[in-house]
Each structure stands twice: as C-alpha cells, then as structure tokens.
Design a protein. Structure first.
Length: 329
C-alpha cells in the first residue's frame, strides 16, 4: 500500500503530515526512510537526522533545537528582505530625483548626498531643530572617539538635550566596555540612554520620526536622506523593537546573567556555531576580530568539554544554553 503523495508547500513551512510524524518521533519512535517520504519537509528543515546505529532509521532533533533553527531561519529571511528593501531604495533614489514631477522636486522624499561634508552639514541642520534622535551605531573605526571631531558633536547633542529632547543609541555588545564611548555619554546631561545588542543593523539615524539617514554605500561616503512617512515609520518601529531587546549600557549598565558559566558573548557565538557559520562570519556579525572570536570558541569548548568542532555543536544542543533568555528590560 502506497501513502498519499506529499502535498507541495513552501520550503520553510512544516506541513500537517510532517508535524504528525515529528510528534511521533519525539515520543520515542524512530522513523524509516519509507515513512519520511510522506513528509520530506522534516529532512529539508533539519528536524530529522539519520540514526547512528541504523542507516535506514531517522531520529528527531530535540524540539528546542528544532524551534531555534526555524526561528533563526525566519529571522534570516526577514533580514534578507530588509536588505533588499534598502537596495531598492538606493537604486531608485537617483531615478526619483531625476524625475520630471514638480511635486517630487519641490519636496523630495528621498535625497542622495554624495560627500562626507554634505552629509555632515545636512545632519547638523536637521539635528538643530530636532527633539528626538534614534541612532544605531555598528562597530567601526568611526565609533572610536576623535576629540577633534567629537567636541562639536557633543555640543550638538547637549543643545538638543537642553531643549528638552531625548537621545537613544544602540551599539554592539563589543563596545559596551569601551571607555571612550561611555565617557562620551557621561559628559552629557539630560534624557540620554544607550543600549547594546550582539548584532545591530547598518548605521541609522532617525530624527523626530520624520526624517532618517542610512548609508547608500558600504564606505558610507554616500547617504540617503529619507522623508517618506511610511519608510521613516518603518525604520523607527524597527529601532523600537531592537531597543526593547537590548541590554542597558548607559546611564546604568546591566550585566546579563551567565548561567552555567557560559557568558552572553559565548552564548551568541554558540547560536551562530550551530547554524554552521565560519569563524570569520561569526566575528563579522558580532563586531569582533577573528582572533577574539576563536578565543571565545576555545573557552566555550573547554567549558562544555568538547574535543572537536563537530562535538562542540552536539554539546551546545545538549547543554540547553540556548534556552537561556536574558531578562527583558
């Protein structure tokens, strides 16, 4: 007797037949290759893996790891869509500016600025009348304080705060203990806060939730000024959601807990390790150099008692460290 053919569905979706078989597997019954033909999405999603003792048998991935894997895949798809939106906005910006519509020329919703001097001037003008700044500052050489340039920026920030404004800034965790960064905020007086995340987006500035600036090129020599209400609202909402997930850095730093002697940094690396990323990719995404990333990986392996990279992935899954959640702030 042959089973009904598996209904076609989106690759990243677990169908009803697959959910039934997966539930059966996690209750202690291994599945045969013939059985999983009813729901190949289980293998495609990585929820089943070949049994060591029997090549024809398939065993389930632990539910907590399965859920984690699917959530990370979903997050990667969302991030990809956001990058595609930024690419489209950048591609269409010069076309919109070159259009012949008088209303667009009179009040452009997208403006491309193509020099550091022009970018700085426009941002300074916008900030002079703003009452709220939302900023995402990824790790780069420009996040290191340069007294020659930072003093005017401090004065602009303080002028905004003196008007009763507020400043919210997001950095990567790798900068939370940078003395020059914290010293900068300690010089400011008013409603200013900074928080950190393992990973942040590209640089973003949002003023009064009406105008935003994003890089138009990787070297940041070109910036896109956005005044389209829908786009600016989208960017401000994305910032708010990242802000709620972030760890306070200033005015009062909060040290995330380290259950089972695993630090928050090592837990972030563990998440990327089980997704199969290389050391270079992990370092880039977490804003650190490759040598530092490898030191953290070695410490994580020593803590879990791993003797190899393959065993480390298995021990991460068995340890439950990815189930640990930092408290919301």
């Amino acid at each position: 007797m042959t089973s009904a053919p598996h209904a076609e569905h989106e690759e990243e979706v677990l169908c009803t037949a697959g959910a039934v078989l997966y539930e059966r597997a996690i209750h202690g019954r291994s599945l045969t290759s013939r059985e999983i033909e009813q729901a190949p999405c289980l293998v495609r999603l990585g929820l089943l893996q070949p049994a060591v003792a029997d090549p024809d048998a398939w065993e389930p991935l632990a539910p907590r790891l399965g859920l984690h894997r699917l959530l990370r895949a979903s997050a990667d798809r969302i991030a990809h869509e956001r990058r595609e939106e930024e690419r489209l906005v950048s591609a269409f910006a010069p076309l919109l500016l070159a259009g012949g519509h008088d209303d667009i020329q009179a009040t452009p919703t997208l403006t491309l600025h193509t020099s550091f001097k022009r970018i700085g001037h426009v941002i300074e003008e916008t900030m002079a009348h703003a009452s709220e700044v939302l900023a995402i500052q990824p790790r780069s050489r420009t996040t290191q304080v340069n007294p020659a340039f930072d003093e005017p920026a401090l004065q602009r920030d303080q002028a905004l705060l003196d008007r009763g404004g507020r400043i919210r800034a997001l950095y990567q965790h790798t900068l939370r203990h940078a003395p020059k960064i914290t010293a900068r905020y300690e010089r400011l007086r008013g409603d200013v806060e900074a928080r950190t995340l393992d990973e942040v987006t590209a640089r973003l500035l949002v003023f009064d939730r009406t105008v935003a600036f994003i890089p138009a090129r990787a070297d940041r020599a070109t910036a896109l000024e956005i005044r389209h209400p829908a786009i600016v609202t989208f960017l401000a909402t994305a910032f708010d959601r990242l802000w709620r997930l972030a760890t306070p850095m200033y005015p009062q730093a909060v040290q995330p807990p380290s259950p089972d002697r695993i630090t928050p940094r090592q837990r972030a690396i563990a998440e990327l390790l089980i997704e199969g990323h290389t050391d270079t990719t992990i370092a880039d995404r977490l804003g650190m150099n490759v040598r530092t990333a490898r030191v953290h990986i070695a410490k994580l392996a020593a803590t879990l008692g791993s003797q190899s990279r393959a065993q480390l992935g298995y021990l991460i899954g068995q340890s439950g460290i990815l189930d640990q959640q930092e408290p919301e702030t």
